[in-house]
Design a protein around this ligand. Structure first.
Ligand code: ADP
Ligand code: ADP
Length: 229
């Protein structure tokens, strides 16, 4: 499962200003499609629509052939896992943060997910920003470590569809490579939408859509788009 289809989607936050125009694309089960484009192109808007934070004004978004307006919010959230650019953690233990989204998970499941994401050394600690009444402070996590928490959470949730927001450039290159590898592994055999700013970072996509001002202006494989540049 996990097929995603956008059919002639129109959207605007405000009825007087349309943001997405007649957007159509298809992500077959298990495939990866990257959406690339400059700031303001509509990439985040597209992902918010998939998660149904907003409803579209025309067209349809289908998951496994079902209009997402006919799916409960709960099952939609179970179907889609998000690894966002900036992971915001709850002021609870790292283990709690990993468990979020699958409350029934066993401690062993959590340890396994944490091991995969290589954060098993500190799952019992509390994140940065946490401070108890007696002044105990949480562990300061780097951007890369926070993303690993999001990766562990996604592994545990095991959703058929993955929505990836490209890693921030704030990561050092070794961390970035490690995170990329982990992400590559979790997106394998999972229907994946990658939101990216640069074409160079999405070599593993089966198809790339270039979005500009809310329209798909080009689509194709990585090499053909690089040649066209
Ligand atoms: P991208 O993710 O490609 O940078 P966005 O989807 O964030 O693009 O933005 C697309 C357009 O929608 C921009 O013109 C932006 O100003 C507008 N926009 C984004 N979020 C909102 C919002 N919550 N309310 C109104 N307009 C928004
Ligand atoms: P729930 O219905 O289980 O409370 P949420 O919608 O709050 O689920 O979150 C589900 C997942 O999506 C979590 O991993 C959360 O971090 C992520 N998420 C929620 N909202 C956003 C957002 N605006 N941007 C990126 N990730 C988000």
């Amino acid at each position: 499962g996990g097929e995603v289809r956008f059919q002639a989607v129109d959207f605007g936050y405000d009825p007087r200003r349309q943001i997405l125009h007649d957007l159509s694309f298809h992500v077959p089960p298990g495939k990866t499609v990257a959406i690339v484009g400059p700031s303001g192109a509509g990439k985040s808007t597209l992902s918010r629509i998939l998660y149904r934070f907003y409803d579209i004004t025309a067209g349809a978004v289908l998951i496994d052939g079902m209009d997402i307006r006919d799916v409960t919010q709960k099952s939609l959230r179970q179907a889609i896992g998000i690894v966002p650019q900036d992971t915001v953690l709850f002021n609870e233990s790292i283990a709690y943060n990993i468990r979020y989204g699958r409350p029934d998970a066993s401690d062993e499941d959590i340890r396994q997910a944490a091991r995969f994401a290589r954060i098993d050394g500190f799952i019992d600690q509390l994140p940065d920003g946490y401070e108890t009444l007696v002044g105990e402070r949480g562990l300061k996590l780097s951007g890369g470590e926070k993303q690993r928490v999001a990766i562990a959470r996604t592994i545990l949730k095991d959703p058929p569809i993955l929505l990836l927001d490209e890693a921030t450039s704030a990561l050092d290159s070794r961390t970035e490579r490690e995170i990329q590898e982990a992400i590559e592994q979790i997106s394998r055999n999972r229907t994946t939408l990658v939101i990216a700013h640069r074409l160079s970072t999405v070599v593993n996509a089966d198809e790339i859509l270039v979005l500009d001002q809310g329209r798909i202006i080009e689509r194709g494989a990585h090499e053909s788009l690089l040649l066209a540049q």
